[in-house]
Design a protein around this ligand. Structure first.
Ligand code: GLU
Length: 456
């Protein structure tokens, strides 16, 4: 039997890292078993759904490399099929019309709240056999005095007494099906064999198992992944907006790093820390998923991101840099040296771009406060000496530059640092940089002198 998994997000917000992890596990499980990974957009809640969020889900998944098979399925397109199922369940006596008014339900809810009891619908209309010409919702007739058993591939066996479940709604008074019914109908329609999702869906799963059984359908296998918690221990939710995949993309994180981090957030394979997506496909198993919630650790994510950043090759670095600067204006050899020097000094792409900016930007460089202070604290005659001596260098390379700067220091009886730091301040605008001799060589004589004159 072909394994079919699905990722079924509701387009009500940006793709969050929790959702991305669910998508990843479904993708890996399908690919590991040579199966099919489908994407279904659960857009039946018209008020909260927005196509801009579906677009975000698509682009974030593509960016991460979690590619789905076949066309995207939109749940809203299947609504008439879902409504037909409601009619079938009504006809078979497995569901019933409930004529309670909103006010009645509200009142019962308030009462439960006052008594500090959980609210549960009282099954008032369950045995009513007639039909009234007033608005109604359709509720499922939970088979009472029975148990529902979930054989979860991660949590093991979980059992619930059906009496604990309320007769949940499957059709609203405006004739729209609810999530509970639509999910079951679509999972069946899409021939999903395995549902892998967050354990916040556990109660839904029992209701869905009951629906499968009332419809005489074979349910899929379920695997519930423990949710991701924040460092403080609370559940991560869509409200933690800065944890969207989009935000990480905009902050120049590498997709391979995010994938690796999400994979390890709840799954392990011995002590192995780093996995490419292909490796993950060949090693992934649901047995490796932990039973307790994983803690989101930004530091660890940064560490993994640095690992992948350091592994970028010249072509990849060039691609990053050329989307920000006109690299064709530079000598190829020079640009390659620059990329390697700055990669070594940086932790991530942001750092790298910040560092390299003063080398490639055609705009005038800004001097930091520290840089200005360094120049201000250097004697005027030293600044003049620097310019005259550098001007005299005929063969502009780091070795000659170094020896000239050392000469000045020696003649003036100063430490090398006292000469190098005003130069660094003037040409980079900062108080730290890679080897200043190399920087001057790569910047070129003309550019160096221009910056020195301007700053001094
Ligand atoms: N649409 C649901 C959500 O975004 C997921 C449904 C499911 O995985 O069954 O939480």
């Amino acid at each position: 039997m072909t394994i079919i998994t699905r990722f079924a997000p509701s387009p009500t917000g940006l793709l969050h890292i929790g959702g991305a992890r669910t998508a990843l596990y479904n993708y890996l499980y399908a690919k590991r078993n040579k199966g099919i990974f489908k994407l279904r957009i659960e857009d039946t809640d018209k008020e909260r759904s927005n196509s801009k969020f579906s677009e975000d889900i698509f682009s974030s998944m593509k960016w991460l490399g979690i590619n789905w098979d076949q066309d995207v399925i939109y749940q809203s397109k299947n609504i008439s099929y879902h409504i037909n199922l409601v009619q079938r369940l009504l006809k078979e006596g497995k569901a019933y019309r409930c004529y309670c008014t909103k006010e009645e339900i509200e009142e019962a809810r308030d009462k439960a709240k006052k008594e500090k009891k959980p609210y549960k619908y009282n099954r008032k209309w369950r045995d009513f056999e007639g039909k009234l010409e007033i608005p109604y919702v359709v509720r499922i007739k939970i088979p009472l005095h029975k148990k529902t058993i979930l054989k979860d591939k991660i949590l093991g066996e979980v059992v619930i007494e059906n009496n604990e479940l309320e007769d949940f709604i499957i059709l609203r008074s405006d004739n729209t099906p609810t999530y509970m019914l639509s999910v079951v109908a679509d999972d069946k329609l899409m021939e999903v064999t395995d549902v892998i999702r967050g354990d916040d869906h556990l109660t839904n799963t029992f209701k869905q198992l009951i629906l499968f059984s009332l419809l005489d359908w074979q349910p899929p296998r379920y695997s519930h992944i423990p949710l991701i918690h924040s460092q403080e221990g609370s559940k991560l939710s869509k409200r933690h907006g800065d944890l969207s995949v989009k935000q990480y993309k905009e902050n120049s994180f590498l997709p391979a790093a995010l994938i690796n981090y999400l994979l390890r957030l709840g799954w392990g394979h011995g002590d192995k820390e780093f996995f490419s997506l292909d490796e993950a496909v060949s090693l992934f198993s649901l047995e490796g998923v932990g039973k307790s919630p994983a803690k989101f650790d930004e530091k660890k994510l940064n560490h993994i991101n640095t690992f992948y950043f350091k592994k970028l090759n010249l072509n990849e670095l060039l691609k990053i840099i050329s989307s920000n600067y006109k690299t064709e204006n530079y000598n190829k050899n020079l640009i390659e040296q620059l990329l390697l020097i700055f990669q070594e000094r940086s932790e991530n792409i942001k750092d790298f771009l910040n560092g390299i900016e003063y080398m490639l930007s055609v705009k005038e460089i800004n001097l930091s406060e520290q840089a200005l202070a360094i120049i201000k604290n250097t004697q005027k005659n030293i600044l003049d000496l620097i310019i005259t001596n550098l001007k005299n260098i005929e063969n502009w390379n780091s070795i000659n530059i170094e020896s000239i700067i050392k000469d000045i220091a020696k003649k003036e009886n100063l430490k090398l640092f006292s000469i190098a730091s005003p130069i660094r301040a003037a040409v980079t605008g900062k108080n730290h940089s890679p080897s200043i001799f190399k920087i001057l060589e790569l910047l070129g004589k003309e550019n160096t002198l221009k910056r020195l004159k301007k700053a001094f």
